[in-house]
Ligand binder design. Structure first.
Ligand code: V47
Length: 380
């Protein structure tokens, strides 16, 4: 499919005005910050396509027709976890059937398995196994780097960092320095869930809450580590709680500038404690992506994580504010345990095709959004 031309402002203006979103669109065109009343309107409007058109305009201002992806692999190094989050299907108790911990050597073997492929990043996150000592985390990063020195290690959510600091018995700055020396390159954005205390109490009371998540992200940024950020939606949260979450991310980004990308994580209920809840629809997913693009005016990238959204919604999301499909991903377990029907990996060419199919220009990036390879433009 030939590249789409960028949508002209007058067209967005007209669509927004018809949907009663003209004032918000005008603010976006002017680069003005959206406030609480605007955020409420974006969550309430029935005019999804108008909302998407405004978000898409902003996305095209930032990234033109480019859509990013990377070639990565996932390692979920243990599923043992003592946090008992009610939305999680991945966790196992020690000794429970299916519980596992990879040794650093086993993790390295998984890296070597893909040496023949142009993998640039390993995304490494897991449960909280209180038995793992500080040395385990450092050895894990070292083993992975030794197996493939060029690989960027994006590892450990703020929740894991809280645990690592606990077993290290050292100040967080020293822990980040040790992890960096071992080879850590950046941090993923997981574990944020919904910052509101009500949801924390009901769904994940044993895990750090919003204030601590933000404090650890701030410390990571101050230590020179870039991170991503996330929001898990589609369970028991309210629009007000989502707005609070997004505004708190925006405020921290004003302070540190350390977030690279935001990922809206759609809830998969299967095999969880709250599996009676209906899964979010594609309409919900597209709304979250569009709202995030508009409220998080200071975070450069919004990812549509295909493995969670499904390839069809992820492709559409490239027109609703998202500019990144994440990576090829190998051996993902967290969502597949929770019923995700997507494949466990896509090839590089599959991602290129998906992006081209959406009329966008595929750009392979590294973890820090430096261009690895830009696909030649196909003349249609
Ligand atoms: O923190 C857990 C979520 C997150 C379920 O930074 C669930 O580049 C849906 O954060 N249904 C981990 N979601 C994944 C994550 C991530 C993914 C891709 C890219 C990046 C990045 C980060 O997954 C957890 C939690 O919020 N999660 N269980 C579930 N049943």
């Amino acid at each position: 499919m030939p590249l789409r031309s960028l949508v002209p402002r007058e067209r967005v203006e007209a669509v927004a005005a018809r949907a009663g979103l003209g004032a918000i669109a005008a603010k976006v065109f002017d680069g003005a910050r959206l406030d609480l009343a605007d955020a409420r309107t974006l969550y309430a409007t029935p005019h999804l396509h108008a909302l998407g058109a405004i978000a898409n305009w902003r996305r095209e201002q930032l990234h033109g027709d480019r859509a990013y992806f990377n070639v990565n692999q996932h390692i979920n190094y243990t599923n043992i976890c003592n946090k008992l989050c009610r939305f999680c299907a991945f966790q196992r108790l020690p000794g429970q059937q299916g519980a596992y911990v990879f040794s650093p050597a086993e993790a390295a073997a998984r890296i070597r398995q893909y040496l023949g492929q142009p993998v640039t990043e390993v995304h490494m996150v897991a449960g909280i196994d209180p038995k793992l000592p500080y040395s385990y985390y450092l050895d894990l990063v070292r083993a992975v780097k030794e197996a493939r020195p060029s690989i960027h290690v994006k590892a450990f959510t703020m929740v894991e960092i809280e645990q690592i600091v606990k077993v290290a018995k050292k100040p967080i700055e020293d822990v980040f320095a040790d992890l960096k020396e071992a080879g850590l390159g950046s941090l993923p954005g997981g574990g944020a869930e919904i910052f509101a205390e009500r949801v924390h109490r009901l769904l994940f009371p044993l895990k750090i809450g919003g204030a601590r998540w933000l404090e650890i992200a701030r410390a990571a940024h101050r230590s020179g580590l870039r991170t991503n950020c996330t929001m898990l939606y589609g369970h028991i949260e309210t629009p007000e709680e989502k707005i609070d979450h997004l505004f708190r991310l925006r405020a921290l980004q004003d302070e540190t500038g350390g977030f690279q990308a935001f990922i809206a994580l759609t809830f998969h209920p299967d095999n969880t404690d709250i599996e009676e809840l209906p899964a979010p629809t594609s309409v919900d997913d597209l709304r979250e992506i569009a709202v995030a693009r508009l409220l998080l005016d200071n975070i450069p990238h919004v990812k549509a994580y295909w493995i969670q959204l499904g390839v069809a919604t992820a492709q559409l999301a490239l027109d609703y504010g998202a500019d990144d499909l994440d990576g090829t991903v190998k051996e993902e377990r967290i969502y597949h345990d929770a019923g995700a029907q997507t494949p466990q990996e896509l090839g590089r060419e599959d991602l290129v095709e998906l992006i081209e199919g959406a009329g966008r220009r595929p750009v392979e990036r590294d973890t820090l959004y430096r261009v690895v390879r830009e696909e030649p433009v196909r003349v249609g």
